[in-house]
Design a protein around this ligand. Structure first.
Ligand code: KG4
Ligand code: ZN
Length: 339
């Protein structure tokens, strides 16, 4: 156990914005533990059921926090502060993490640090080496967001472009629902795509500037499948790998084309991806290729730091701790939260 409490900055971080309950411990900027309890209850419903997510968070949070403390070989009495995701996310889910963090901080008489979930996805790059150099561009792609962000410092970020409708993760998940795949479909589409060929072509939407749109793609996939299924009701079953490869290839090209324009416009050559969809093999390989062609440097997080995790919340909380950005007990969760 660590006994020199005052010499080290030891932060417990909590993430509960959607359907993963996670806790992590960071000691002097180094993530020492990162525990995640996934919720499988949503699979059968084709999406996250908010009420069930809140209940699962309540059941998971104490054991997950205890495991994160144990893994890091600290006790609650060693903690310097508690960081938590304030938003954006599902309100009922956020309430569980925020309430826990507030109560725990109050009982231990230590400060609270609020963290923005999307900033934290980007700062996941500082959980492990190699770390990007400032300024860098980050394509942040999750179930709820799709953004190109200019990152000038840990806490200085500017959104250059974002989706005007669905997020990239939603495009994967909603397509999966049409294909009859369980939620979340992103990783399953990725798996099928590896064994298929992108032989079906879906049009790339025209959207101004660095913004994205995915709702048209979803509609064109649906029309294509309806047309083919009328001719052959086994079409999806027989061609699932090629369909997935085609869908994935288009989503990836939409993302990378805009990212490439952003790099050219800003002259920034350090290029990162973050968020759940950054676990996608097509996106990871596509980014590597794009960066090699242009002599840019690419940064791809380890899998455990792509999807929702408290490790990234811990990195963000640590940076805020260093500049003294604390919040009081009056803090409340925010389902919608600007950067
Ligand atoms: O960041 P995240 O864990 O949660 C949110 O903040 O939304 O992202 C979840 C999203 C889901 O839409 C899921 O389908 C997608 O990330 N995802 C993937 C892959 N792994 C997770 N999408 C495509 N390929 C993957 N391998
Ligand atoms: Zn997320």
């Amino acid at each position: 156990m660590i006994d020199k409490k005052d010499e080290k900055v030891i932060i417990l971080a909590i993430e509960s914005s959607c359907d993963d309950t996670s806790a992590a411990v960071i000691i002097d900027g180094e993530v020492k533990s990162n525990r995640i309890a996934n919720q499988t209850v949503h699979e059968q419903y084709g999406g996250v059921v908010p009420e069930l997510a809140s209940r699962a968070h309540m059941a998971n949070i104490i054991p997950v926090v205890q495991a994160a403390l144990d893994d890091a070989e600290v006790t609650k009495h060693d903690l310097s502060a508690i960081g938590f995701t304030r938003g954006p996310g599902l309100l009922g889910s956020l309430i569980v993490g925020v309430s826990f963090a507030k109560a725990f901080a109050l009982s231990l008489n230590i400060p609270l640090i609020e963290v923005h979930h999307m900033n934290a996805h980007i700062l996941a790059h500082f959980a492990e080496d190699p770390k990007p150099n400032f300024p860098f561009l980050c394509l942040t792609v999750s179930g709820g967001h799709t953004q190109i962000v200019r990152v000038d410092n840990y806490l200085d970020m500017t959104i250059l472009g974002e989706t005007i409708d669905d997020a990239a993760g939603e495009a994967f998940d909603k397509t999966g629902k049409i294909l009859g795949l369980p939620y979340p479909a992103g990783p399953i589409i990725d798996k099928h795509a590896k064994e298929g060929q992108a032989i079906y072509s879906f049009t790339e939407p025209r959207v101004d500037g660095l913004n994205f749109s995915f709702s048209g793609l979803k509609t064109s996939i649906m029309h294509f499948l309806q047309k083919e299924m009328r001719k052959d009701d086994q079409f999806i079953n027989d061609n699932i790998k090629n369909i997935c490869a085609s869908v994935q290839s288009r989503i990836v090209s939409i993302l990378l084309n805009k990212l490439s324009v952003a790099a050219e416009q800003t002259g920034i050559t350090e290029i990162a991806i973050a968020g759940g969809v950054s676990a996608n093999s097509g996106l990871r390989n596509g980014l590597i290729q794009l960066c090699q062609e242009n002599n840019w440097k690419h940064y791809i997080p380890a899998f455990q730091y792509c999807t929702d995790n408290a490790g990234m919340i811990a990195v963000s909380a640590y940076r805020k701790f260093l500049v003294g950005e604390f919040v009081g007990q009056e803090v409340t969760p925010k389902a919608r939260m600007s950067m």
